[in-house]
Design a protein around this ligand. Structure first.
Ligand SMILES: *Cc1c(COP(=O)(O)O)cnc(C)c1O
Length: 395
């Protein structure tokens, strides 16, 4: 690290609120699967800015679409219509099979909207204000009060209590643990089809179908949080499509825009009439810059058959990660789906990801003992090999 970089990082530490222990790198630009820091050092990107850059950096067609939109208009408010939002919403509904879209600026806001929809659904049905929600251990749904309340890591929640009440946590892939918590006050079950931050844990297709049947039987809304596992990451546009069930509410963000901030929650026909004028709103949500990005992302996915590419390259990544498990005693298991994979280690992985960074590979953990692999979906077999050789040298 040169003197100027050190000085800039010192400056950052004196100005930014210290809510992250950042790696000592100032990222400067990206190109495809690679990132460059301010000193010109090159990194292979297997993190994609937390599964955001599904198309990598400067994907052909993406920048031009956004630049054209910037030259037209980037904000309108929701008091008026804007064309990119109309296009993006119809693409979202086409791809998901759901009925209506509400645009947000982030993932946690999409979760807030989903929770408000669930509570209002219960209120309309019962006239009562004592709704409860079932979430899961190891889940992550965001940092605002509602989303934090349904996040399954106690240490994230405790300093901010009291959170919204009536939330209980079941065990993933254990339908009996859900049944034990479900009662006449339950308004929603919220689940990530693949848990991300909690350690890359896949909800089995059969479990999602059991949840769907249970929620139908009890007239409870089923919320799928696909903020991390959606948008092609598992080989289908949305992870729930493997299971062949529809949620009542779907939350999206991260790769939905492939870079600019933006999110959405989508609702089924049943939940579509719940939120009405006065119930919910946002100043920036659905702005033409973010929705132009979303519409462009869907266009590019279709034009360049991104899902087919994921289905081709993901088995290769799995095979190479399985080989690492076989070669190294400290690696206990691989788990995940498609291009959302985790390696479970016998101890903390922070030193390993730190050494990988020094060697030019960006990797991140998911919990203390799991290394997470969420590369841009455009990753090639050769780049998987490059990643594996740097990772192996970092063990
Ligand atoms: C990242 C994430 C969120 C929160 O999204 P933000 O945009 O950081 O607010 C919520 N749920 C899941 C599954 C996530 O991965």
């Amino acid at each position: 690290m040169n003197g100027q970089t050190m000085q800039r990082i010192d400056h950052a530490e004196q100005t930014l609120l210290h809510t992250y222990n950042r790696y000592p790198v100032i990222l400067d630009r990206g190109e495809g699967m690679y990132l460059y820091d301010t000193e010109g050092k090159k990194y292979l990107d297997f993190f994609a800015g937390i599964a955001v850059f599904a198309l990598g950096h400067h994907y052909p067609g993406y920048d031009d679409a956004l630049k054209m939109q910037i030259d037209k208009i980037i904000h309108t408010s929701n008091y008026y219509y804007n064309d990119p939002a109309i296009t993006a919403s119809s693409m979202l509904l086409e791809e998901s099979g759901l009925s209506r879209v509400f645009f947000t600026n982030s993932g946690t806001e999409a979760v807030e909207g989903a929770l408000k929809c669930a509570r209002k659904y219960y209120y309309q049905k019962t006239g009562k204000t004592d709704a409860q929600i079932i979430a899961f251990e190891h889940s992550f749904h965001g940092r605002t009060f509602g989303a934090l309340s349904v996040t399954g890591t106690k240490a994230y929640r405790d300093p901010f209590e009291p959170l919204i009440g009536g939330v209980s946590f079941a065990l993933l892939n254990d339908i009996d643990s859900v049944k034990a918590l479900l009662n006449e006050r339950t308004c929603a079950v919220i689940v990530e089809p693949v848990q991300g931050e909690g350690g890359v844990i896949v909800a089995e297709d059969a479990f999602l179908r059991e949840l769907r049947a249970l929620c139908d039987e009890k007239d409870v809304l089923l919320i799928f949080d696909e903020i991390q596992c959606g948008m092609g990451r598992t080989g289908r546009m949305f992870a729930f499509q493997h299971a062949g069930v529809l949620p009542d509410v779907l939350t999206l963000a991260k790769a939905l825009t492939c870079g600019v901030p933006g999110g959405a929650f989508l609702v089924s026909e049943k939940a579509a009439p719940v939120l009405v004028p006065g119930d919910h709103g946002t100043t920036f949500g659905g702005n033409p810059l973010a929705t132009k990005a979303m519409a462009t992302v869907f266009d590019l996915f279709r034009r360049d058959h991104i899902l087919q590419h994921v289905e081709k390259v993901a088995p290769y990544l799995e095979k190479q990660l399985d080989a690492l498990v076989a070669r190294h005693e400290q690696i206990l298991a691989r788990r995940g789906r498609g291009l959302m994979q985790g390696l479970v280690f016998s101890g903390p992985v922070a030193d390993i990801t730190g050494r990988a960074l020094e060697k030019g590979l960006i990797l991140i953990n998911a919990g203390p003992d799991v290394i997470r692999f969420v590369p841009p979906l455009i990753v090639t077999n050769e780049q998987v090999d490059e990643m594996v050789s740097i990772l192996e040298a970092s063990l």
